[in-house]
Design a protein around this ligand. Sequence first.
Ligand code: NAD
Length: 361
Amino acid sequence: MVHRITIIPGDGIGREVSLAARRCIDATGVKIEWDEQIAGQEALEKFGNVLPQETLDSIRRNKVAIKGPIITPIGKGFRSVNVQLRMSLNLYACVRPCKIYKGVRTNFRNVDLVVIRENTEDLYAGIEFPEGLERTKDLIKRIEALSGFTIRKDSAISIKPISISASKRIIKFAFDYALKNNRRKVTVVHKANIMKETDGLFLKVAQEVASEYSGRVEFESALVDNMCMQLVQKPELYDVLVLPNLYGDIISDLCAGLVGGLGVAPGANIGDDMALFEAVHGSAPKYAGLNKVNPTAMILSGVLMLRYIGEVDAGERLERAVAEVIMEGKNVTYDLKENRNDPTAVGTSQMADAIIAKLNS
Ligand code: NAD
């Protein structure tokens, strides 16, 4: 069977890491017809649009995509391509497995957890009102009238919607994921003691959904601030974490730090009938074009993709090849060396070559 898959190389280090991932995926022998599309900086220059319709159509048609990181300029007017993709394709579940591979530089042991982040609402919904505009002043007046609270006139406002339906969908996803992947516990993470309405609703829905899985998957809840401390002190206690969008974003990077850094943290954005795979890391512009950064996060995103399309054996083989190269510690990038300035560190493409050689050995 030939799989048709959209590939978006991305900006900055994107092209290097996605090419490395594509070569490793092809080396598994799985037959893939790549449908290359653009988004981000290149698309902006070519089409005047960071996310061309053609790219969206390709993903809708192929139902599976893998993408390199894309730059989001801070405060420059256009909306993050990454957020637009997740929203317009309704890829509501962001799945980020964090596991320590032997040989990775980390101060932690026994970390093997999965962060499941809601992808479509919360403060990420992009509903924002800039400081100083008439409509913002109008909104402030209305909120003051409705709530009885005073808001400073020189405020900007971001809106945080949390719905029953989206919360239910992501929490069910987390429990089903736990069952399917032999995970024992789901921890819902929130700040319901302060945001009683939004986070309170997320927690209430989680408690209701959890009761449907009682006896099959354990359930607990934790405050997000406490969770940060717990994860740094006792990460081995956690299994599957489910969080609203913003906390999910932050905790994902924290967990990437536990298992050796952004260079080794893969991810998937999953909807009901479509999925987009990408590393947790961004486009690291200062390393662009240097053939220096670690391709592992992108390659492991490829492993998640192979499993998703049913090529489970190829996924296992590729993951094993990555794990062996990391464990040997020879043909690895600078971030996986004991000393970051180690002159024996190899480049992005050479690490991919070593993984391919392992696959073929
Ligand atoms: P970043 O993840 O790009 O880089 C932060 C640092 O992490 C780098 O300087 C580097 O030291 C390290 N790092 C990242 N990837 C690595 C790799 N593969 N190997 C080794 N080290 C690696 O984060 P940033 O600098 O905050 O963001 C840069 C740009 O990327 C921004 O425009 C941001 O919006 C965007 N971004 C995109 C995505 C995405 O496309 N999904 C995700 C996060 C950030």
